[in-house]
Structures are given as structure tokens and as C-alpha cells.
Design a protein around this ligand. Structure first.
Ligand code: SF4
Length: 459
């Protein structure tokens, strides 16, 4: 199912007419994941079409759009308190338009709270409905009406929304939206809806265009990219992207261990390093009992088998993971199982999170919530172990030459210091007399810590 996004959308034109001859500015504030970053790029793209210019500060903006995250309650509190800050701005400039998009805008109780408690908020718009942005802005500007669009997502997809990308050489490409997995701790299936995949031809043509414009790194985005399904599966899609002419690399995130197919592993091996030799494979727990409670539908053995296959097929691959510490009923034994898997895999990087209740998810209602002191103690043990492996993995690279994509000037060091990323997604600092931002180059690694590498340009 797909709605065409009409570039001549009457509301875009109508807002353009209202803005004609005036200097109007749009400020977008983004919380949360890469999917939100990608959505914000589309918001900016639509804003430019409606005659807005972009600003980096809310102080001189005519429209402020807050792109929210609902993954943790703390993230919601942060977004709401940020909204509170805009009240004073609205008092000074009554014509200011303030909108809320992202996952929080899909939660009815949050929308109700915003509607009644934040009178200066002009609209909320749930995810997957960005094509309605011109309409809700028009309704405010022309008719003075507030809009709260929630519960309208019918599972369709909108193609062709323009994106104003924040980087000229790195690009996110959403290939699918939503999630069908209902992990028991996660709110995403309730906020982003069920899985829907973009047509492969649209994705391929977007990638072709990006490469033609000199983009060096494409990251395919989706809550669960491995279950991408259109006229082809994910392995075939990424293979087709890897086959495009051009000097670029393609990455993807995020994956679910249950959906990593042998064919994907084979394709990654065949097209490495054009397909980056890096895989983020969220473990969450090494205990099969906890994995079951999390509704993850794999066990630690299946996870370890996938790791073995990846390492065999893609020599030098880097692996990272997510781990949740202190999930309800987690015992010392369960936690030891997690450490056992971490020891066996030796991940390059572990993103670890202390479990915190997320209202609206099954896990929040489970008995056996683990007390904070125990969670903290487990977390420090996990960090000590995972940092030691990160350090070990990075030190193994000393003396090797790494192909890197130069991202920016380094915040540390001299004017000539740069920050780059290896194909395996590791941060590298090096110096260069020439500005190489946006270019691939080769760096000899001389020093390494757990989270960064240091090197010099290979002559
Ligand atoms: S796979 Fe699980 S954790 Fe990931 S978005 Fe879907 S429900 Fe959430």
C-alpha cells in the first residue's frame, strides 16, 4: 500500500503563498534514534518546500518542531520539559508555531496531556504521517486551528518526501518502518506500528542518486532491517546496492538475531568491504529464560551460531551488541549467562542499559522487578568486562592499515586533527595537513583505547 506524496501538494503551495515575501524560519529539535534523525531531515526538506529557511536555534524560529522519542520514560520527561521551555518564546511571539512529532505523538495519553496541558503547542503528528505536515501547518496559519493527529496510521507508506540531509557524504536511507516483534520491554510496535517495507526500486533509485551526488556512506535504516520484504528480501536488496557503481560503503541497522539469514551472511562476505564488515547484533540477555520473557524468540546457542557464521564469512568483521541489565526476575545465574556469552563472543562494543520500566509494555507489569542496587552492581561488572574486550579488540588493530571515512575535525588536538571511522565503525583520530573531510583515506593505527584509535596517514 502506498500513498504518493504529491510534490505539488496544495497545502505546500498554500503555506508558500502565506510565507511569500517574509523571512520565515524552521527549527527542528531531534531526540532519539537514527530513524528520528532521518525523519527530521524529511521535516526540513518539507519546510524548505513551504518557503521556510532553516535555523539552528529556537530563538529566531517561526516554527519549532520537536521530534520525540518514547523508548524510555526519561526521554519523554526530557522532551516535555523542553516543550515547557518554549512557553516563554510563545508568550513573546504569539504567532510562533510549535509542533510535536515522533514516537510520543503516537501515544494517545501523551497527546491528550499535550493538548490540555500545553496550550501553546499547535499540533502533534504521529510517525508515518509526515506527509500531513503541510496541512497541519496550513490549518494553524490560515485558520488558527490546532491539530492532533493520532490513531490515523493505516499501515500505508508515503514515498517521495524530500530530505534535507545534514551531511553531504553520509546518508540514512529508511528501507522499512515499524516492527512486528513485540519484545516485551519495547514500546516501538505501539508507536511506530506494524512493519512495512519500501519498494526496492525506490530504495535503489534513492541510493543511485546519493552515490551520483558523491555520498560515501549509506546506512540502511529500519527497526528490524533483516525482515525487509518487498519483491526481494534484505540480502538481495543490499546485494543490489553493493552492485551499484561508485566508491561508497553500505551499512545497516538495526537487526534482530532471529532474522539473520545464511544468505545475508554470504552476501556480506562476498561484497565486503563495500558492505561494511560490521554487524550490530543485539543480544539483550545471555539467559534463555530471560530471552523468552523478553519475547526475543532466539536462544543463546542460536545467537552464538550466527556469530560464528559471520566471523567465518567476513574475516575481520566487528561486532557490537545491546544488553539489558536487570530485566524483571533476572537472577545472578541469568546474569552470569549474559557474561558467559560476552566472554565467548568478545564484542568490539557493548551498548548496555539498565532495565527501567516502560509503561505500556508487558515487562512493566511483570512481577520480580530487580532492585536498583543489584542492577547497578551487575552493570558495573558488565561494563568492566565489555570495556576490557573493547580495549583488547582495538589493540589488535595496532600496526594495521585501516580504510577510513573522514568525518570532521577532531574536537581534541590541533587544527589539523581529524576524526574518521573505520569500515568496522571504530573512531580514529589522526592528523593531516590537507582537509580530507568526506573522503576515504588510509590510516596506520599506532595507539588504541577501548573507544578510540589513534593513527597517522599512510603515505
Ligand atoms: S525488535 Fe524488539 S526491541 Fe527492536 S523495535 Fe521491535 S519490539 Fe522493539
Amino acid at each position: 500500500m502506498m500513498n504518493g506524496f504529491d510534490m505539488n501538494n496544495e497545502y505546500i503551495e498554500a503555506v508558500r503563498r502565506i510565507n511569500a515575501g517574509k523571512s520565515r524560519k524552521l527549527f527542528v529539535l531531534t531526540f532519539g534514534c537514527q530513524q528520528n534523525e532521518a525523519d527530521s531531515e524529511q521535516v526540513r526538506g518539507i519546510g524548505l518546500l513551504m518557503g521556510y529557511s532553516l535555523t539552528e536555534t529556537p530563538d529566531d524560529a517561526d516554527i519549532i518542531i520537536v521530534n520525540t522519542c518514547a523508548i524510555r520514560e526519561h526521554a519523554e520527561d526530557k522532551a516535555l520539559s523542553m516543550l515547557g521551555n518554549f512557553k516563554a518564546l510563545k508568550r513573546k511571539r504569539p504567532e510562533l508555531v510549535v509542533g510535536v512529532i515522533g514516537c510520543m505523538a503516537a501515544e494517545r495519553h501523551v497527546v491528550e496531556h499535550i493538548k490540555t496541558g500545553f496550550h501553546y503547542v499547535t499540533f502533534t503528528l504521529e510517525p508515518n504521517m509526515l506527509h500531513l505536515l503541510p496541512e497541519v501547518i496550513y490549518r494553524k496559519l490560515a485558520l488558527g486551528k490546532r491539530s492532533f493527529i493520532v490513531g490515523k496510521d493505516d499501515g500505508s507508506l508515503t514515498e517521495g518526501i524530500p530530505a534535507e540531509r545534514s551531511s553531504g557524504f553520509k546518508a540514512w536511507v529508511s528501507i522499512m518502518y515499524g516492527c512486528n516483534n513485540f519484545c516485551s520491554y519495547c514500546i516501538v510496535p505501539y508507536t511506530r506500528g506494524r512493519e512495512r517495507s519500501r519498494p526496492s526500486e525506490s530504495i535503489l533509485s534513492e541510493c543511485r542518486g546519493l552515490v551520483a551526488h558523491g555520498v560515501k556512506e549509506i546506512t540502511l535504516l529500519g527497526q528490524n532491517v533483516n525482515s525487509y520484504k518487498s519483491d526481494m528480501d534484505f540480502a538481495t536488496l543490499i546485494e543490489n546496492i553493493a552492485l551499484l557503481d561508485g566508491d561508497f560503503t553500505v551499512r545497516f541497522m538495526t537487526s534482530h538475531p532471529k532474522d539473520v539469514s545464511d544468505r545475508l551472511i554470504e552476501v556480506m562476505g562476498k561484497y565486503s568491504p563495500k558492505i561494511a564488515p560490521y554487524f550490530h547484533l543485539p543480544l539483550q540477555s545471555g539467559s534463555d529464560r530471560i530471552l523468552k520473557l523478553m519475547h526475543r524468540t532466539y536462544n543463546s546457542e542460536k545467537f552464538l551460531t550466527t556469530v560464528r557464521k559471520l566471523r567465518e564469512a567476513v574475516p575481520g568483521i566487528a561486532l557490537s551488541t545491546d544488553v539489558i541489565v536487570g530485566f524483571p526476575t533476572e537472577t545472578d545465574e541469568d546474569f552470569e549467562d549474559t557474561l558467559r556469552v560476552l566472554r565467548e563472543v568478545e564484542f568490539d562494543l557493548v551498548y548496555s542499559f539498565i532495565y527501567s520500566k516502560r509503561e505500556g509494555t508487558p515487562a512493566a507489569r511483570m512481577d520480580g522487578q530487580v532492585d536498583q542496587a543489584r542492577k547497578d552492581e551487575r552493570m558495573s561488572r558488565l561494563l568492566a568486562l565489555s570495556d576490557a574486550f573493547a580495549d583488547k579488540k582495538n589493540k589488535e588493530l595496532i600496526g594495521t592499515v585501516q580504510r577510513v571515512l573522514v568525518e570532521s575535525r577532531s574536537k581534541r588536538g590541533s587544527e589539523s586533527s581529524y576524526t574518521a571511522r573505520t569500515l568496522t565503525n571504530k573512531l580514529v583520530h589522526f592528523t593531516s595537513d590537507e582537509c580530507l573531510i568526506g573522503e576515504f583515506t588510509e590510516v596506520l593505527i599506532e595507539k588504541a583505547g577501548a573507544f578510540e584509535l589513534f593513527g597517522k596517514l599512510k603515505k
